[in-house]
Unconditional design. Sequence first.
Length: 247
Amino acid sequence: LAAARAMLDSARLTGDGLELRFTWRGELVEKAVAAATGQGVDEQVLRAYRDHLARARARDFAILLGTAFDLAKRRGGDPVVENRAALTALAESALGSRLVSRRGVANPRQRTGIRLAGRQDFAQHFALSAFIAATGGAEVADLAGLYKELKDSRGGSGFSFTDLAADRAGTRLGELATRSPAQARRLQNRLAGSQDASAYFPSVADLPEFMNQAEFQRRFGGVGAPAYRRMMDEIEGRIDGLALYRD
């Protein structure tokens, strides 16, 4: 809300609606994400997951996730606390940087080699979004993912719906993992020892990616345009159809 207030330029009534105009300021979004995340992560519990994943030495994210939730199930502590720590340690492993600190969410600084669906960027997008959703809420995770794609379209790797799909799938997992103690425990039972990413990661090979800003505007009309919304609806439909979210 603080970031939105700072970016708000004007507000006016239009018939039965309210029209708000914003100037997008990336640095304010980054501060909002950093301020909202890392809450409620028990450092002592987190250390157990960091050590456990370091010993696993796997480079397949699906194996690491199954390993982390197996530990969560065996430890038997508060399932929400355990799941939050597990997702934090998984994100740190995928990004190669510590996330719970006064500096907030760090940028990945090294190639970890950890892959999800065959790609390192998918592991990073999925794991970071799951962490943010588990510690800061799904809305913050969605904002962070969209901000990253808009930034990429202006000179980075380009706007990619594949990355947004990874973000949304990770957000859904993080939200589900910490929604309630009962739901958190059910998720532990479902994911403990699993090595099958298809239960929680959608098919993305046919989604458009690596679009610069001009191409993204030409093909999809920008964020919120009908073509953009149809693509996001397609992504949500694919995630809704995954085994973990159907049950």
